[in-house]
Design a protein around this ligand. Sequence first.
Ligand code: SAM
Length: 206
Amino acid sequence: MEIVEKYFPNLTDEQKRQFGMLKDLYSEWNDKINVISRKDIDNLYVKHVLHSLAIAKVVTFKPGTKILDVGTGGGFPGIPLAILFPEVQFTLVDSIGKKITVVQNVAEALGLKNVKAMQARAENLPENYDFVVSRAVTDIKTFCSWVWKKIIPRGNHAIPNGILYLKGGDLTEELSTVPYSRDIFNIPDFFDDEFFETKKVVYLQK
Ligand code: SAM
């Protein structure tokens, strides 16, 4: 938890309380429905919470922004971002219902009013969003084919609306499969833990 405060020093007491609750909540839920590898629970704040929050080092979402988290699993990156941006509307979807059960229970226990969690396949969603965030779901080309049309062009942020995808390793080949303007942000520029050594936030501009 201290690691979150180190990189996000302006958290409110409520946000500190909510981040602080995550360890017990995920430990408890993971015993019932496995959403995080057992080994990762011990490193929850680095591997899941801080990794999710790398997106917040790329863009500060404005109140009222609509964000879609595709393939959220147990709620990453959506839940940590929803704590950090309480006035932003988050829709978290996963095709597997029991994962959504975990997300709904965690969001409720945290008292998050800005999270809607739904069992759905990304390609079937009817609504439009300002940004789509995700981690570890599929290759970039397939991902774009699911969500590109659901992104509202432009917007009012420091960067235009688009996709913010958490990825690791060499992305040259994978990114050559999509024609969109992009920027790649190296997470070690934000956080110095060695876990982030090869990790990036891939931004694709709508
Ligand atoms: N994003 C989470 C994380 O990083 O901890 C979970 C990653 S997990 C490896 C991939 C998730 O994507 C799974 O929970 C899976 O059910 C979900 N998924 C795969 N295809 C999907 C689709 N078309 N629509 C919604 N969810 C999907």
